[in-house]
Design a protein around this ligand. Structure first.
Ligand SMILES: Nc1ncnc2c1ncn2[C@@H]1O[C@H](COP(=O)(O)OP(=O)(O)O)[C@@H](O)[C@H]1O
Ligand SMILES: O=C(OP(=O)(O)O)[C@H](O)COP(=O)(O)O
Length: 396
């Protein structure tokens, strides 16, 4: 595989797939720039060699084409500051304007393309769309580890249009670290799964049951499991078509002797906002019209006890809607417990995922865990032993 380190970008126009799917607040300000800062070495190497850079990324999961909320234009100024170069912007990733801007790019310059997912062709892995993107550069660099589990046009399909396919520094470092973690298996091994991407991650739980001693379920993942047990979940986030699978996982965990640990209580709200009315209820007892947005104090104590005894910890997905301060208590308490286990018990702790990294960094803990990965789903799939399409495309 060609890598950024051993490739000379002099006079090259590098089309770089990055994962700038970063959290933004309601004023469109970036609340955690881990994924952006991580790409500095790759971008600087290309520019230092005498090349230019065309950056392409997705942001969020837009469903209806161009949307203000998901525009990458919000990243132009922050990127200019981070890279120390005035970043140009193409308001459509495959338009004539994008082609003109890319063609006019001089050595040392950076162009950012608008959100790739404003075209449904991106997620479909459309070959024509990939080819149009490919016209914007003469070497393809994939540094989007966080999206390497997606076989999308820009992450995988595009590879066929380049003879020079280069793995970025983020990609390399993440794969090396994930490999180390696979080899490091001091027990007890505890996985903590939360967040909101239930259908993406529930399948991974099945594989994790072969590796871990304890599996803690929290965050938005809770309610599909709670429903599987016959609990009441009000209007909490849930994927009803995964309830059957959740039932099977509960049984499988028992059969394999894995300690499946669910919240004992949940903090629920009568609306999805920080100032909504709150109450703490037992798991499975969320009243109609209310939704679970955090784990409660009994759950925190239970989870902390398990984490304190663990020697290997893998955490993906916040314990609640931590973006609202009133529902960030569980996530912060678990971050605190993971830091303590790392510092006091010598545990190896790995936190993965855009929002999980954001939660840990915003709590000031980024430097106090063993490793913070820019990938959530990608990391989990790699650890499962799957070939990531974004990596396979570099090797083809
Ligand atoms: N109980 C909940 N209800 C709704 N959303 C939740 C809940 N708990 C966590 N979340 C949301 O999950 C999101 C992160 O999920 P996910 O993308 O799976 O994690 P990561 O980015 O770390 O891989 C956050 O935006 C958070 O607000
Ligand atoms: O944030 C991401 O993944 P993550 O939430 O698993 O960390 C990546 O940018 C992939 O996004 P996607 O899950 O919408 O394909």
């Amino acid at each position: 595989m060609q890598t950024v380190a051993n490739f000379n970008f002099a006079s090259k126009k590098a089309l770089v797939r990055v994962d700038f799917n970063v959290p933004l607040n309601e004023r469109f300000e970036i609340t955690d720039d881990t994924r952006i800062k991580a790409t500095i070495p790759t971008i600087q190497k290309i520019l230092k060699d005498g090349g230019s850079v065309v950056l392409m990324s997705h942001l969020g999961r837009p469903k209806d084409g161009p949307t203000e909320k998901y525009s990458l234009k919000h990243l132009v100024t922050p990127l200019s500051l981070v890279f120390g170069v005035k970043v140009k912007f193409a308001t459509d990733c495959i338009s004539d304007e994008a082609v003109e801007l890319a063609n006019g790019l001089q050595a040392g310059e950076i162009l950012l393309l608008e959100n790739l997912r404003f075209y449904k062709e991106e997620e479909k892995g459309d070959v024509d769309f990939a080819q149009k993107l490919a016209h914007l550069g003469n070497v393809w660099v994939n540094d989007a580890f966080g999206t390497a589990h997606r076989a999308h046009a820009s992450t995988a399909v595009i590879g066929q249009f380049f003879s020079d396919k280069v793995s970025g520094y983020v990609m390399q470092a993440e794969l090396d670290n994930a490999q180390k973690i696979l080899e490091y298996s001091e027990r007890p091994f505890t996985a903590i799964m939360g967040g909101s991407k239930i259908s993406d991650k529930i399948l991974i739980i099945e594989r994790l049951l072969d590796k871990v001693d304890n599996l803690i379920i929290g965050g938005g993942m809770t309610y599909t499991f709670s429903l599987a047990e016959g609990g009441k979940i009000g209007k909490s986030i849930c994927e009803p078509d995964k309830v059957e699978l959740a039932k099977q996982l509960i049984e499988k965990a028992k059969a394999k002797g894995v300690n499946l640990i669910m919240p004992l209580d949940n903090v629920c709200a009568d609306d999805f906002n920080n100032n909504a009315n709150r109450q703490t209820v037992e798991r499975g007892e969320i009243p109609d019209g209310w939704e679970g947005l955090d784990i409660g104090p009994k759950s925190i104590a239970l989870f902390q006890e398990t984490i304190a005894k663990s020697k290997t910890i893998l955490w993906n997905g916040p314990m609640g809607v931590f973006e609202f301060s009133n529902f960030a208590i569980g996530t912060n308490a678990i971050a605190d417990a993971v830091v303590k286990a790392t510092e006091e018990n010598g545990a190896f702790s790995l936190i993965g995922g855009g929002d999980s990294a954001s939660a840990v960094n915003n709590a000031g803990y980024g430097d106090r865990v063993s490793y913070v990965s820019t990938g959530g789903g990608a990391l989990l799939e790699y650890m499962e032993g799957k070939t990531l399409p974004g990596v396979a495309a570099l090797e083809a």
